[in-house]
Write a protein that binds this ligand. Sequence first.
Ligand code: MSP
Length: 501
Amino acid sequence: MNKPFYITTPIYYVNDAPHIGTAYTTILADVISRYQKQLGNDSFFLTGLDEHGQKVQDAATKRGVHPKDHCDEMSKSFLSLWERLHISNNDFIRTTEDRHKIVVEKILKTVYNAGDIYEDEYEGLYSVSEERFITEKEAESGQFRDIKKLKEKNYFFKMSKYQNSLIEHIKSNPMFLQPEHRKNEILGFLKQPLNDLCISRPKSRLNWGIELPFDSNYVTYVWFDALINYITAPGFLNDKILFDKYWPASMHLIGKDILTTHAVYWPTMLMSAGIELPKTIFAHGWWLMEDEKMSKSTGNVINPMDLIDDYGVDSIRYYLMREMVLGQDANFTIKSFINRYNSDLANDFGNLLSRISTLINKNYNGYIPEASYMGEEENKIKSSCIDLVEKFDIYMSKMSINEAIEETLQFVRKINRYFEHMAPWKLVKEDLSSAATVLYTGAEGLRICSVLLSPIMPERTKILLYVLNTDSKIRNWGGLDYGKKLGEHTPLFPRINTDNI
Ligand code: MSP
């Protein structure tokens, strides 16, 4: 208990407005961080913005504004989205901040002094959109746009020097790269000799970046700069106590497209600088629309703001967490969103609360009645609930959030079936005390489900706990007080009428 836990999202480029893909990683990190806090752990959750580099400079130039002004403006739209999505981050880093620049300079000097940076003239193919030199093979793959031939003097980081240590580290730390197939992908990639990494960009070509401390004609390559954010925020240079508490990070959450930078560049940079490696790098898949990646260039972007306006924040968070099997791609369709919403949230979860509150309001003047005994059926519910909490934690520890949710919903359905079997709406007419037992049992089961689902749906579950007039966050049976008056509520998840959609 009370263990430090440090989770990060990638820092997002500010050339693009936030969309459901970028919102997804942030919501996922938020769910995990809230869950860790619920377990009593001391979670530090970092997100932020990647503000340097060609893409950002180009986006600013296109709009005719200075890159810094562009970043300041864009950062507002990210911050307001995080607020609307109930993101509970502990820090928000921007790579243009001084606290970050000084750490990048320090790492560059350390790596330089270790003899791991050299100057060289390099001629090769350069992908402008990816902002890096690519191999002939990569160029032929057709995945890269805007390829140019460039001949340039640059600084290189001796990444190749750390190839064997990296392979060794990956093999001896099974949790370092997750999921398993991504680990194999990187180990496969590392079978080929690793090239050194070009870490500078001449100012003549790009000046929006952090100047190299050993050559003022160059700025730092945006990835070398960006990855360092993960140590800046917990105080690498300015707060040793905090840094020692949270570093090495428990988990870097990333999308599969940025696996190499995180699983190869970052660990070798840390090795050269003599800093411990993060414990886990977890790569999730992509949200696809009709099987195509959602991105601005293809124009098939779902704007999370529109969805929130129509259906509420928590239902979007729920859908994203329930529908993606972590590690695989998932398809986002409005139809599957509505189906999921109506069946899980409106019919099963929300309806159970309505059933309970209607019966208690009508027959017990709105006061939660006491369960006077635990019969066979009640004991079954109680033991299923104990099982649920256990399984929920196992699934969460395996990053199977979708299964943790499904297990909880199965239990909600079980309570609904228990109600149908016991028919408390009939029992109240014959035996108020037996009906009370059923209603208390259902309400207590529902309370525990709400506690479990609160990292996923912080807002709606708060309302539910308010209705049950409890602030008990315990996950053990019996946390609900009887004799308390229910709070008033409107339907928790009003059914979406599909007739006019
Ligand atoms: N700035 C870099 C990350 C630097 S981290 C030191 C970057 N930024 S990004 O804004 O382009 O993308 C950030 C993340 O959003 C990536 O992890 C990417 O996988 C994720 N997503 C972007 N579109 C996505 C989907 N359609 N689906 C899921 N996630 C996707 O890369």
